[in-house]
Design a binder for this molecule. Sequence first.
Ligand code: 9MG
Length: 287
Amino acid sequence: MLPTFFECGRFRFPMKPVNNASTMCKPLIMGILNITPDSFSDGGKFSSLDHAISHAEQMIEDGVDIIDIGGESTRPGAVALPLDEELKRVIPLVYALRDCGKPISVDTYKPEVMREAIIAGADMINDIRGFASSQAREVIADSDVGLCVMHMQQSPETMQQRPSYANVTAEVIAFLRERCDQLLSSGVEKNRLSIDPGFGFGKTLEHNIELLQHIRLIQDELELPVLAGMSRKTMIGAITGKPVERRMAGSLAAALMAMSQGARILRVHDVAETVDAVRVWQAVNAT
Ligand code: 9MG
């Protein structure tokens, strides 16, 4: 059974529907807020911080539940960002948004960024490396933030070169179980954890499809809420043949598929459209 609530810093979200039918639970919408280098800081009209703040305001108007701030690209082939640059991009934005009324998640695997983000007011840490670092686990254990523990094979630089599994679902479950057990042993409460199969992180299209078909199994096995992120990813492009700027419809279909499999958090770029799609799906499903 899933924990009754997902505890996320200053916020608490119910994880179970009233009638206990898991497909009826409205998923939380996590909006993606990437902060890029400040190309206008020397005299331009808007800085990248201003752009990011107005993007966050738009997402709030559109019905977002959690805002996920990221400073480092996690695309296949992306190289790591130096620590000081990531801190410079992310931390001012956490301070700027901390009182926006929505939980602020920070997408990072660096313990130093986690620590500063928590001090600045972040409510959740989203770690694509699944809290592999013992320093990261120490920082987290000392806090009350919610966590997303994600599966990845290798690292963003190399992950799509030759993904390989004997049984992708079983291996992802085993990996997430081990990482969650480590976090629980270091003192993290179970109701602060969410898990993520890591679509596109060291997976072929076939692996991604198999994982999408098995979200409910993954959630039931680990008794933890699943976060699913497929928005605009290569897997959507591979299925639809569309370039990244034309993948919204495909991304909505994938989000609804994840929701029908019981996913509790959907990580998306297009918040307004996903909120509408979820509303329609629920209105029909509830009758
Ligand atoms: C940062 N990031 C990019 N894609 C992601 C995904 O699918 N899940 C999570 N948790 N984070 C992601």
